[in-house]
Design a protein around this ligand. Structure first.
Ligand SMILES: NC(=[NH2+])NCCC[C@H](N)C(=O)O
Ligand SMILES: [Mn+2]
Ligand SMILES: [Mn+2]
Length: 330
């Protein structure tokens, strides 16, 4: 039986270094998303998850902490230790480890975790539309309380495996997968009680090509399977996806698909805050989604990091994201 879809819009962007991803859900849903999902024969329900009546979404650090506005880091993958930008690490903008907007990220994710846990429990398919990728913390926390053996397929130009100690940027969207593994100071169960930490053996990262030193070390040490662009080009995305499914689905009672739009090449998906060249073509992305749809193993999904403010006129990145999402269901 096809599951009903619970679309959870999360207009939250404070986990990213640049603003705009908080407008992602509106732009993606505006592409007739709900109607197109219903046309796939599913029952679809849509809810918007906001902390603080939504006030938090527009507040950046100056307003929240009374501290100076963040300096321009010219994309948040910069700021290697020793850079001037690293003043952030101990600056007034972050928490104890220099992470930015940690309290807001925790608050929104506690709300979201409740929703993904409840939807999964009711047998629905939680489809979380972000927002920056820090909201995957809440998705994972809720899902990992219902599914005791959750597998994860992580589509991303990045590994999102930094911890509060290794993050070069202080941006919370760089750490969600480390939180899922309970490798960070913030633990999955702090977000939603009863959440089981993810197992690295049931994790596959696809299309990552901008990985920080601390993340590389964690990938190596934990033995996480990473499908780099080189391997994708050599073997083809279909074969890679079958193996990714095999890994994530191994003994799993649920498989979460976390889709960061920056996995796709910026030539085709420019509307995102941390673009990295040499990514997937849209054709490869469709092929990947096709493999996932046919396998029928995916039980929940995030679609994150669409930034309409960087998308130019026409909103091609939001359009692509919506089309890809729909292709997972029909
Ligand atoms: N979800 C994302 N787009 N994450 C980008 C992370 C970039 C970089 N690795 C950092 O930790 O800041
Ligand atoms: Mn990401
Ligand atoms: Mn990314």
């Amino acid at each position: 039986m096809e599951r009903d879809v619970e679309v959870l819009s999360v207009p939250f962007g404070l986990g990213a270094g640049v603003s705009g991803s908080e407008h992602g859900p509106e732009a993606v849903v505006a592409e007739n998303l709900l109607h197109r999902l219903r046309a796939s024969g599913r029952r679809v329900r849509h809810r918007i998850i906001e902390a603080d009546g939504g006030a938090v979404r527009s507040k950046r650090s100056s307003a929240v902490f009374g501290a100076p506005a963040p300096v321009d880091r010219s994309g948040d993958s910069g700021g290697k230790p020793g850079d001037a930008g690293c003043a952030f690490r101990s600056g007034a903008n972050g928490g104890p480890e220099g992470m930015k907007h940690e309290a807001e990220v925790l608050a929104i994710n506690m709300l979201l975790a409740k929703e993904t846990a409840e939807a999964a429990k009711q047998g629905r398919f939680p489809l979380v539309i972000g927002g920056d990728h820090s909201i995957a913390i809440g998705s994972l926390a809720g899902l990992a309380s219902h599914y005791r053996k959750l597998g994860v397929i992580w589509f991303d130009a990045h590994a999102d495996l930094n911890t509060e100690l290794t993050s070069p940027s202080g941006n919370m969207h760089g750490i969600p997968l480390a939180v899922g593994l309970n490798r960070s100071r913030l633990k999955l169960a702090d977000v939603w009680r009863g959440a089981m930490p993810l197992r690295p053996e049931r994790m596959a990262i696809v299309a990552a090509r901008d990985i920080d030193p601390g993340e590389k070390e964690l990938i190596r040490e934990a033995g996480i399977r990473l499908f780099a662009m080189k391997e994708i080009r050599e073997r083809g995305i279909e074969r890679v996806m079958l193996e990714a499914l095999h890994i994530a689905g191994n003994g799993a009672d649920g498989v979460h698909f976390s889709f960061d739009i920056d996995s796709v090449d910026p030539l085709e998906a420019p509307g995102t805050g941390t673009p990295v060249p040499e990514g997937l073509t849209s054709h490869e992305a469709y092929a990947a989604f096709g493999v996932l749809r046919r396998a029928g193993r995916i039980t929940s999904m995030d679609a994150v990091e669409v930034n309409p403010l960087l998308d130019g006129r026409g909103g091609r990145t939001a359009k692509l994201a919506a089309k890809l999402i729909v292709s997972l269901f029909k």
